[in-house]
Design a binder for this molecule. Structure first.
Ligand SMILES: Cc1cc2nc3c(=O)[nH]c(=O)nc-3n(C[C@H](O)[C@H](O)[C@H](O)COP(=O)(O)OP(=O)(O)OC[C@H]3O[C@@H](n4cnc5c(N)ncnc54)[C@H](O)[C@@H]3O)c2cc1C
Length: 531
């Protein structure tokens, strides 16, 4: 049944951080009537929370965010996008703890402090450490120019190339090559990439630019949204609605409608229990937050001529994860914890650990990320933790056809084995955790795929290998007129990465580059008006 032919200024497919940011900016700054269509029954994409036993609450894809200090540009943009509706709780000065077999390093707030601590521990490598911190900042700035270049219209391609050229070689080397060139001690090199779980690739594969973006992102410490990440969507909804827009859940876009080579709308399936209602919506522009893979291989008509279709189809999917969600009967502060995150490793060789990540399937963890959301959120009513490990989708493929929460007993048994392995691994390094557990539940790559539709449950979009930054088809623009990308694949993943994609996509849609600047100016004005 074709139910409606509503017309909007802009349709946004998906409601992740990038979508919410883009929709909010287009509504507030350009008075656009925006329709956001989300296939899940909750808004927010990876920025949503869930609750068990009426009191244990966890975030799905937000554990800490950098750049939320009062004077920072990313904070100004966040406040502008959410109308100041999100309050940020600062984490302790030591926000990340890297635990190796015979060495623990505490990452202190402030890049200078971290650098001093590293030099104190590895005095023979002082020059290399100084150089590393300087290069990380250089390469993070390169990414800003690369992003701007990607957003330029075709006629300005030579300007884009000129923007990208300086520093490109350094940015697109691998992290491993960079570290091997400038540092010697394997323990130091390991410490510097301890947050690789934040981008999901080992040093031999990750582009130095993604490493630099993530490392520098946290130099000034970590923050957590009071009340959890749901406050983001809660704040954006009224801003979009004020301008005539709507945000609809249980609406899965099936296809982007193309007429005369232009995106003109979407074909949608509204999910009503066991039933589906088909609808069409029309707009002057369509923005996809569904990721490059889904957008180019599923949402565009199969016969739409795309020179790079095969390349996207065969792109290695990004990393997938399992998460053990724990509810505690006691307060983890009794173990001396204050809300810092723990990155726990069985070796200094990150490439080897990454190769061996699937040992978790047999019940042997080699690395894990452990964090305590309730210690970061002053509104939490009960103590919680989560443990995350990498594990490939392939192991779970056999259950992909079974319905969520009704999968067979052998799936549940596998989940139990993996959950135990993650808890054992953490208990061996932070004794006392296991005895506090009151509730536990494991999510798998099937859960991620079920809720986000991301290919094989990948969590960070297309992998951040050097090649990724050479594709002209990745960015806010697409080859289809009036169709744009936003979110992780439009620029960089992460909460702030996706937030910024909203700025670049909205600016591109309005006719970048000066609109991108105008959005940043509006964010700055918003900050000034509030202070
Ligand atoms: C376990 C985990 C931990 C993380 N921890 C952190 C962290 O601590 N800090 C940090 O900065 N980042 C973290 N991230 C990364 C961060 O959450 C993401 O990079 C970011 O939220 C991605 O935003 P996005 O805009 O790309 O959209 P996504 O959040 O990926 O949302 C895309 C949305 O599109 C919807 N969609 C897809 N197809 C359709 C369709 N056909 N029709 C309608 N809707 C559709 C999906 O349902 C989804 O809601 C984490 C991610 C994960 C998974």
């Amino acid at each position: 049944m074709i139910a409606s032919d509503n017309h909007y200024d802009v349709i946004v497919i998906g409601s992740g951080m990038g979508a919410l940011s883009c929709a909010s900016i287009l509504s507030q700054q350009y008075h656009k009537k925006v329709l956001v269509l989300e296939r899940h029954f909750k808004l927010g994409g990876f920025t949503h929370i869930f609750k068990r036993k009426g009191k244990y609450v966890w975030d799905v894809g937000l554990h800490y965010v950098g750049g939320m200090g009062a004077g920072e540009m990313s904070r100004a943009v966040f406040d502008y996008v959410t109308g100041g509706g999100v309050t940020w709780q600062e984490m302790p000065d030591v926000y990340d703890v890297f635990v190796y077999p015979d060495l623990t390093f505490k990452a202190r707030k402030g890049g200078r402090e971290m650098k001093a601590d590293l030099i104190a521990q590895f005095p023979g490598e002082a020059a290399g450490i100084e150089r590393y911190f300087s290069d990380v900042m250089k390469v993070a700035r390169w990414f800003g120019r690369h992003y701007m270049a990607q957003s330029l219209p075709g006629v300005l391609t030579p300007l884009g190339a000129a923007l990208r050229y300086p520093g490109r070689r350094l940015a697109l080397t691998t992290t491993g090559e960079y570290l091997d060139r400038h540092l010697s001690d394997p323990r130091l090199k390991a410490i510097l990439v301890s947050q690789l779980g934040d981008y999901g690739l080992p040093p031999s594969q990750s582009a130095f630019t993604i490493h630099a973006m993530i490392a520098s992102h946290y130099f000034k410490g970590g923050y957590y949204p009071v009340g959890g990440s749901k406050t983001i969507a809660d704040s954006v909804v009224p801003l979009v609605e004020q301008h005539g827009g709507q945000l609809l859940v249980n609406h899965e876009v099936q296809e982007v409608l193309i007429q005369n080579g232009r995106a003109v709308g979407v074909k949608v399936r509204e999910i009503k229990g066991e039933e589906y209602i088909e609808k069409e919506y029309f707009a002057d522009a369509v923005v996809s937050n569904a990721g490059a893979y889904l957008t180019y291989t599923r949402l565009l008509p199969a016969d739409y001529p795309l020179s790079f279709r095969r390349e996207v189809e065969t792109y290695t999917p990004g990393v997938s994860t399992v998460t053990a969600y724990l509810g505690f009967k006691d307060d983890p502060r009794t173990l001396g914890l204050q809300g810092e995150n723990y990155w726990l490793f069985s070796s200094y060789d990150h490439d080897r650990m990454f190769r061996e990540r699937n040992r978790l399937w047999e019940g042997n963890a080699v690395a894990a990320y452990l964090s305590f959301p309730s210690l970061k959120n002053p509104l939490a009513r009960a103590a919680t933790a989560e443990i995350i490990g990498f594990l490939d989708y392939d192991f779970f493929r056999q259950w992909a056809g079974e319905p969520w929460q009704k999968r067979s007993a052998d799936y549940e048994a596998v989940k139990e084995r993996i959950c135990e392995a993650l808890i054992d691994f953490c208990e061996a390094r932070l004794p006392g955790l296991r005895s506090m557990i009151d509730y536990r539940e494991l999510s798998t790559p099937l859960s991620t795929e079920h809720f986000t539709a991301h290919r094989e449950g990948n969590v960070y979009g297309l992998p951040a290998i050097p090649q990724r930054y050479r594709h002209s088809w990745l960015g806010t623009r697409t080859p289809v007129k009036n169709l744009y990308l936003t979110g992780a694949d439009a620029g960089v993943h992460g909460i702030v990465g996706a937030l910024m994609s909203g700025v670049f996509t909205a600016g591109t849609l309005m006719g970048a580059p000066h609109h991108i600047m105008k959005i940043f100016a509006a964010a700055r004005r918003f900050r000034t008006d509030r202070s």
